[in-house]
Design a protein around this ligand. Structure first.
Ligand code: GCB
Length: 603
């Protein structure tokens, strides 16, 4: 009898447990407190921190002279969060492995009777998280956010959050073993304490209905999801500037849908990055966001923004501030990178090769820069593994959950430079279907490779026929004529055959130059060589059928362990149009001029 009662209580308990959101979204517009600053750390080279007689997440230290505990955070050194460990201490520059971080804090609630979450913008790569000595879970993926609820564990004083972060590379991770970028380890983005009411607005999606983009009266549609035990019957959604307000019926599943009609709606575009404040309220919760409304689609070989053809004057960017030589994490970092892109004349940027910090995506919304976002499905992925596929889907779901309401983001790119083959095609096909299922309002692409030899064609014909492009809206490919093959002028003879009636983006081209090194245009690494190569490449790509945009490689020099030519690279990939000290190279101005002409041509 007693055991039955016990199980009944257990079952009831689990029924009453509130559903855990995937992670808290829109953290900046919720009640939050930064947990950034100095965190104590313990290096864990053999990754044994969570096992053994005295796991680190328990946050112990020897109590007296007889105590056997062999660590103590209290007397340990500190690292700054957010920021990679590599950039902060010389002795950690090459460190890849496990590191345990601890932050202690007092809790002064800003909301009454709130639920409390800890939100981590990103930690690379795997993170074990615990709170006040209790292990709560693990997150995989170095570039997407996660959060965990601590409502039942938080106290007024002596709280401690411990994150065990491991950036070791493994063949079954995403990315895999080798990348041409720096494997910054640690808590690279903000950590925040977020307070929400007991029942809160967990998620919402809002977009412009495609069919109404050309109509006088446009339609906005959306959905919201509540999380909590006490679901109100209704929620309210409003866009005050448009005089729109609506009560939304909430179903038993916590969801409700809404739709507005407006004759006054100003469409978002690079020329007019108009954002509206949307406010949602349900029970005690209120959430606001700034959103733009636009449509994106393709027609034959064209990309249409708000129903009009657009040429994407882009640039590839890494999520790194070259001047600080660390991962970007702040509004200032975003300003620096997108400021340069604006100066270049861009209306588009490829956020390569993994999800970038949320600040840059939000700033692109404000500045009117369209975005291509991608996951690190990059060289050397284990296509045969079901769990790698699941991991890819999870990471995609996370970035879509974070950025789905950003007008700037128009393209999800599912992979970069992967070699066609049965298992790869199946894997990427499944990712493409999944991404489309989660978000049918954006375009899909992938940075493909061209076919090197084409049967029945002269040497100078290149075919772009990757079978994965069947599932994509835009055919994109990387091409390095003049750098990894041949002299820049060889591009004059080349022609491209695109096997699909779809728009084309040249997702990469470029070559290296040391800023300040001047020589004739046949001397590799000189600014003149890079500038010459840009001119020749641009002329060649103008001949590509369906050319709808390009994102040359790359805005700024970036750190990469693959690049070790002394006195030239010294650990930096030099294909930037801007040096690691922020100086522009000659090729910057070649591209700037081309983009000016492109912009003029549209007028
Ligand atoms: C590529 C890769 C990119 C590299 C670049 C290079 O094709 O997609 O990640 O950094 O080439 O510099 O070689």
């Amino acid at each position: 009898m007693k055991t039955k009662l016990f199980f009944l209580i257990l079952m009831l308990g689990s029924l009453l447990t509130q559903a855990q959101p995937n992670f808290i979204t829109n953290v900046n517009s919720r009640t939050n407190t930064s947990l950034g600053g100095k965190w104590k750390y313990i290096i864990d080279q053999y990754s044994t921190g969570a096992i053994g007689f005295s796991p680190l997440y328990e946050n112990k230290k020897p109590k007296d002279k007889t105590d056997r505990v062999e660590y103590s955070f209290d007397d340990a050194q500190s690292l700054w969060v957010p920021g990679s460990w590599n950039a902060q201490k010389d002795e950690l520059y090459y460190y890849e492995g496990s590191m345990w971080y601890r932050k202690t804090f007092v809790f002064q609630p800003k909301l009454k009777n709130s639920r409390v979450f800890i939100y981590v913008g990103a930690a690379n790569y795997k993170t074990q998280y615990s709170f006040n000595g209790k292990r709560l879970g693990e997150h995989e993926g170095g570039f997407t956010p996660f959060s965990f609820e601590v409502t039942d564990l938080i106290k007024e004083k002596d709280n401690f959050v411990i994150l065990g972060v491991n950036n070791r590379r493994e063949p079954d991770y995403i990315p895999g073993m080798v990348t041409d970028w720096y494997n910054y380890g640690g808590i690279t983005r903000d950590v925040k304490l977020v307070e929400v009411p007991q029942t809160f607005i967990d998620d919402f999606t809002v977009s412009l209905k495609k069919e109404t983009v050309a109509a006088k009266e446009k339609e906005i549609e959306g959905e919201l999801t509540l999380n909590g035990d006490q679901l109100p019957a209704e929620a309210r959604v409003s866009i005050p500037e448009l005089g729109l307000e609506q009560m939304v019926q909430i179903g038993d599943n916590g969801k409700g849908t809404f739709s507005f009609k407006s004759k006054k709606l100003d469409l978002w575009s690079p020329e007019n990055p108009k954002l509206y404040t949307i406010t949602l309220s349900a029970g005690e919760d209120e959430l606001s966001d700034q959103v733009g409304f636009r449509t994106i689609e393709t027609k034959g070989k064209q990309i249409l923004l708000n129903g009009q053809p657009i040429f994407l004057r882009g640039i590839s960017i890494h999520d790194e501030n070259p001047i600080r030589a660390d991962r970007a994490h702040s509004v200032d970092d975003a300003k620096l990178l997108l400021g340069w892109a604006k100066e270049l004349g861009c209306n588009f940027a490829r956020l390569a090769h993994y999800p970038h910090q949320e600040n840059i995506v939000r700033m692109a919304d404000q500045l009117g820069i369209l975005l291509w976002e991608e996951l690190p499905l990059y060289w050397g992925i284990n296509w045969q593994s079901e769990s790698v596929l699941e991991n890819a889907k999870r990471q995609y779901a996370e970035v879509i959950r974070r950025d789905k309401n950003r007008a700037a983001t128009i393209i999800w790119s599912i992979a970069n430079e992967t070699t066609p083959g049965d298992s790869r095609n199946k894997f990427l096909g499944s990712v493409a279907d999944y991404v489309r299922e989660l978000d049918s309002t954006r375009l899909l692409s992938a940075a493909c490779k061209k076919d090197l030899a084409v049967d029945g064609h002269p040497d100078n014909d290149y075919l772009v026929s990757d079978p994965i492009a069947e599932k994509l809206d835009i055919v994109s490919f990387n091409e390095y004529i003049g750098w990894y093959g041949g002299a820049p002028e060889e591009s004059r003879k080349k022609t491209f055959i695109i096997a699909y009636d779809k728009p084309v983006i040249i997702s990469e081209f470029g070559g290296g130059a040391i800023q300040g090194f001047h020589a004739d245009s046949t001397t590799r690494w000189s600014e003149e060589y890079q500038a010459y190569m840009y001119k020749e490449n641009i002329d060649m790509f103008e001949r590509v059928p369906g050319l709808s945009g390009m994102t040359p490689w790359i805005l700024a020099d970036f750190q990469s362990p693959l690049r070790q030519l002394p006195n030239v690279q010294d650990g930096w990939n030099r294909k930037g149009l801007i040096s690691e000290t922020g100086q522009k190279k000659k090729a910057f101005f070649v591209l700037q001029k081309y983009y000016e002409q492109k912009r003029e041509a549209v007028k």
